[in-house]
Write a protein that binds this ligand. Sequence first.
Ligand code: FAD
Ligand code: NAD
Length: 478
Amino acid sequence: PPDQQPPDPSKKTLVVLGTGWGSVSLLKNLDTENYNVIVISPRNYFLFTPLLPSCTTGQIEHRSIMEPIRSFLRHKKASVKYYEAEATKIDYEKRIVYVNDESEVKGSVSSTEVPFDMLVVGVGAENATFGIPGVREHGLFLKEVGDAQAIRRRIMDCCETATFKDQDPEEVKRLLSMVVVGGGPTGVEFAGELQDFFSGDLKKWMPEITKNFKVTLVEALPSVLPMFSKQLIDYTEQTFKEETIDIRTKTMVKKVTDKYIEAESTGPDGKKIVEKIPFGLLVWATGNALRPLVKDLMSQIPAQKDSRRGLAVNEYLVVKGTENVWAVGDCAIANYAPTAQVAAQEGSFLARLFNQMAKTEEIETELLKLSDVQEKAPNKESRDEAFNDIKDLQKRLRRVKQMGPFEYSHQGSLAYIGSEKAVADISWLTGNFASGGTLTYFFWRSAYLSMCFSTRNRVLVLVDWIKAKTFGRDVSRE
Ligand code: FAD
Ligand code: NAD
C-alpha cells in the first residue's frame, strides 16, 4: 500500500505540524507529489472552530464540525504520512522533530524522531491565563472539542444540583451563576449561546431555575468585542442587556477559587473595588498564549530573541533567522489578528509557494540538461533548437518565480450574539459595511455553512440546526 512506501530520496521531506486552520489549508492546496509530506498532530481531525461555541449547549453536535484528517488526506494525489503525536521539541540545527504519542493506547514505541528538510509550524496557541491563580484548576476553556463537551456537562450538572432537594438558597444562586471571563468574540458568542439555551429550553424544562439563572460577562477593557466598529459594540451591549446578560466591563479578574472569582473595578470615586462573584460555571476566554514548543524553538534562533507573542515571520512566512522553517496561524506573528481567516489564507499561500518552489527546481534541472545538450550539439540546427528551448524555459522560470509576498485580504468579522442576532463588519470594495440583527444572523448562518470543511459537515450542521429547532436542545448529561 502507498502508506508503507519508503520516502522518495529524490524529494525533500516536508514536515507539517498541526491539523488546524493553517496546516489543513496548506495541505488542501499542496501538490503533494513534489515532496515527502509528513503531518504530525495529536488531533486526527480538523475542527471548524467558528461553530464550537454552539457545541457547548447542544445546538450543534461536536462531530458535525470535525473532519477526520485521514479521510481528507486520502484524496491527495501522492500519499501523505500522518502520525498522531505531539511534537515535543524541534531541534533546528539538527533538523529533527521529536514526537510523542500522547494518546491512551501506546505501543512499545511511543516517542521517536522525525527528520525534516522543510518544516511548517502550525501548532496554534494555548489559552492565556496571565498566571492568574486558580484559573486552570477551576475554570473551563473553550478551544477544543473536549472543552465544549466539559462545558455542556457542567451547565447541566449545575442546573440539576441547583434543583437538588433541600438545596441551600445561597448555593442555588451560586450554582446558577454562569460567569464568562473575556469579552472577545469567544466569550461573547458563548454567553449568547448559553443565554439562548436558557431562554429556549432550560427555562421550559426546569422552570424552578428561572429566577436564579444568570449569565455574567466580565471584561477588563471598557467595551466588549474591541475589534468591531463602535456601532456594533453598542448594539451587542444593548442586545445583551435585553437578553439580561450582565456585562461587567472595566473589571479585571485577579483570582479564581473553586466557588468565586475576585474581580477588580474602579468605582465612580476612582477608588479600586474588589468584588467576589460566585459561580457554578466559569468559562475562561481571555485569548492566546505561546505553546512551550514554540517558545523553545524561538530560544534556539537568535533572530527571534525580541519576539514575544509568537514566531516572527517575514513576508513569505519564513521564520526569521531560518531558511527552511515556515510558520502559519496563531503561532506566527505577521501583524494580523490570530484568526481562522488569517491562518487559512497563510496556509494556502504557503501551498502556492511550495508548489512554485518545486516547479522552479524542476525547470532549473531541465535548463541544466538543455545547456548540456546545446554544448554537445553536433550541428548548428540542433544547437539553435536547444537555444530556443532554453529561452522558452527561462521565460517560464521568470513567470513562475514572480510570486509576490503574502498579502492578507480581510473579508470581515462576524460574531453571533444570541437571540438569533449577529454582528458583521464586512469589507466591500467601496469600504466597510457594518450590520447587526436577525438578517445578519441569517447571513452568519449561511456564511458559516458555506465555509464548513466538507459537504458532510455542511449537511450535519444543517440537520443539527433543524433538530434543535424542532425538538429543543438535548439536556441529558453524558
Ligand atoms: P489551530 O486551528 O488551533 O490548530 C492547531 C493544531 O496544532 C491543532 O491540530 C493541534 O492539535 C495541533 N497541535 C497543538 N500542539 C501541537 C504539537 N505540540 N505538535 C503538533 N501539533 C500540535 N477565527 C475566525 O476567523 N472566525 C471565527 O469565527 C472564529 N471563531 C472561533 C471560535 C472559537 C471558540 C475559537 C477558540 C477560535 C475561533 N477563531 C475564529 C480563531 C481560530 O480558530 C484560530 O485563529 C485558528 O484556529 C488558528 O489556526 P491555527 O492553524 O494556527 O491553529
Ligand atoms: P481575545 O483576545 O479576542 O479577547 C480576550 C479578552 O479578554 C480581551 O478583551 C481582554 O481584555 C480580556 N481579558 C484578559 N484578561 C482578563 C482578565 N483578567 N479579566 C477580564 N478580562 C480579561 O480572545 P478570544 O475571544 O478568545 O479570541 C481569540 C482570537 O480568536 C481573536 O483573534 C478572535 O478574533 C478570534 N475569534 C474570532 C471569532 C469570530 O470572528 N467570530 C470568534 C472567536 C475567536
